[in-house]
Design a protein around this ligand. Structure first.
Ligand SMILES: *[C@@H]1O[C@H](CO)[C@@H](O)[C@H](O)[C@H]1NC(C)=O
Ligand SMILES: *[C@@H]1O[C@H](CO)[C@@H](O)[C@H](O)[C@H]1NC(C)=O
Ligand SMILES: *[C@@H]1O[C@H](CO)[C@@H](O)[C@H](O)[C@H]1NC(C)=O
Length: 492
């Protein structure tokens, strides 16, 4: 077992019983021997989405990016009307050149890059798409872009119009909220499968390409320089198996956009335990893993947010436990496929896990964050009585307006997508700040009693030490995170 897990277990022994599969999941996640970052990143090759992606707005899309050895790239972005990526509206073909620069000093583990766009072309997949988009471009550009699409031109399939041409000094992409700033922050990870999995499938590594995040606010997205990532693309050669959509996206082009297979809609069954599948990153810049328990019977929840200082989540900084209740979900009218809920946080506890955090909390204004002067590494304090923790930007009680979505992955595990945090570090504490896109999914590690996901071989579980029934005190919470990040940055 890794030292930090031992630490957490010994610190919190007896407090909370993890379901064996939740333990397994966390341990698997912590086993960094299975993940390595390629530094500098090797981008050459073909990278594809592994599902329908949701960007703030919302926008529904799939991506297929090709990077060549001479630094040129060709990127396809396929846009859809619907959250299942089955009704294409238009496709972009983006060509340009990318140059990797130095390691980012803001986002640990990322590499900064410069890019230059040569051309962006658009193909409309219906008359309606052509009308709506050209009207938007016409409005935004004040006529400056009227030449890109001759007035009165009827829609015909397969025609490519040039939105941007570096040679001709034309750029009509702004109306679409289009930018490729995602290329300015890059990380490539190689994930090695478990020995058992390798043995069964004969497949080994999965390669993932992380590109910069998109600002959650439309008005900021053209200027925003990413400090976090979007959902990763996977190598077309080294992707997870099975991946029914990978081949479809791999073969697609601007004239043949990928149409993803239909999926049954999953009802929102929150009850159970959910855990991160990877070390997650928040813009500005926090690394964390999350573990949530939802009690459907009385609509109460508990969340553990384990924070780290490094991109593999190996060096813990502090842990937050929060709890409260939540409302019944209603289908979102703004983000099809999503469910709107409100979460109230009434109770929180903080555990500093390193010297920097302990010292910072210890030095906080009396009465503003637990008991001043009594913080020490590994000791948990309740911050409910001080109405939160000013130093961490936590205010209690606190309500957040949320967007959730559930999906099943190809291994029939249930995934829970929780709304993206506002990129500016604020909290979605008003209905109009409700997210329109999602964070990386959590996986259900235990459902309502008796319901177990089927993906883990009992044999392998046993080998991993499932016989140890340590109770392990979980992690973290979402809403304060970005605020905390700011605090911590300032403090460093
Ligand atoms: C764009 O605007 C011009 C002038 O306002 C108009 O003549 C033209 O039809 C518009 N084009 C489209 C495609 O809407
Ligand atoms: C809600 O239900 C769960 C499990 O049924 C229980 O553990 C918890 O104490 C309850 N919470 C409240 C506030 O009643
Ligand atoms: C916290 O403050 C108290 C009182 O000032 C001090 O005795 C203690 O060593 C401090 N602990 C840490 C971890 O800084």
């Amino acid at each position: 077992m890794l030292p930090e897990i031992c630490l957490i277990i010994s610190l919190h022994a007896g407090k909370l019983r993890w379901e064996p599969e939740c333990q397994y999941q966390l341990r698997h996640l912590q086993d960094s021997a299975r993940i390595s970052a390629l530094l500098p990143p090797r981008l050459e090759g073909h990278w594809i989405s592994t599902g329908c992606e949701v960007r703030p707005g919302p926008e529904f899309l799939t991506r297929s990016y090709l990077f060549y050895s001479n630094r040129l790239f060709k990127a396809y972005q396929f846009y859809y009307w619907d959250p299942s990526c089955r009704e294409p509206s238009h496709s972009l073909v983006i060509k340009g050149k990318l140059r990797l620069r130095q390691a980012s000093w803001i986002t640990r583990g990322a590499t900064e890059a410069d890019y230059h766009l040569h051309k962006v072309g658009i193909v409309f997949h219906s008359q309606r798409a052509m009308q709506e988009i050209s009207a938007r471009i016409n409005q935004t550009s004040g006529g400056g872009c009227s030449g890109f699409l001759p007035a009165g031109r009827a829609w015909a399939p397969g025609v490519l119009y040039e939105l941007l041409s570096a040679k001709e000094g034309q750029d009509c992409t702004a109306a679409l909220g289009f930018t490729m700033h995602e290329l300015s922050l890059v990380r490539v990870e190689k994930h090695y499968q478990s020995p058992l999995h390798t043995q069964l499938s004969g497949r080994r590594a999965v390669e993932e390409l992380y590109l910069g995040d998109i600002h959650t606010k439309w008005s900021e997205r053209l200027h925003y320089r990413p400090t976090g990532y979007q959902r990763p693309l996977q190598s077309a050669v080294h992707h997870t198996h099975p991946c029914p959509v990978c081949g479809i996206i791999y073969r697609a082009d601007e004239h043949h956009p990928p149409i993803l297979p239909g999926k049954a809609e999953l009802p929102m069954q929150l009850s159970g335990r959910w855990v991160s599948v990877q070390c997650e990153i928040r813009p500005a810049v926090l690394f964390l893993t999350r573990y949530f328990i939802f009690h459907g019977t009385n609509r109460t929840w508990e969340g553990y947010y384990y924070h780290y200082s490094d991109p593999l989540c190996k060096q813990p900084t502090f842990t937050i436990y929060a709890s409260g209740h939540y409302t019944k979900g209603v289908p979102s009218s703004k983000v099809r496929g999503g469910t709107e809920l409100a979460f109230k946080v009434t109770h929180a506890q903080v555990t500093p896990m390193d010297q920097v955090s302990a010292t910072m909390l210890n030095a906080s204004e009396p009465g503003s964050c637990g008991e001043t002067g009594s913080w020490s590494i590994g000791m948990e304090q309740d911050i409910t009585l001080t109405n939160g923790c000013l130093a961490l930007g936590i205010k209690l009680p606190h309500t957040e307006y949320e967007l959730f979505k559930m999906e099943q992955d190809t291994k029939e595990r249930s995934l829970l997508f929780i709304g993206e945090r506002p990129t500016d570090g604020s909290s979605p504490d008003r209905p109009d700040k409700r997210p329109t896109s999602y964070q990386a999914p959590l996986v259900q590690c235990a459902g309502a009693p008796g319901v177990f996901s089927r993906h883990i071989s009992p044999r392998y579980l046993g080998k991993e030490g499932n016989d140890r029934n340590e109770a392990l005190r979980p992690l973290p919470m979402a809403f304060l995170l970005s605020l905390m990040a700011l605090q911590f940055l300032r403090w460093d």
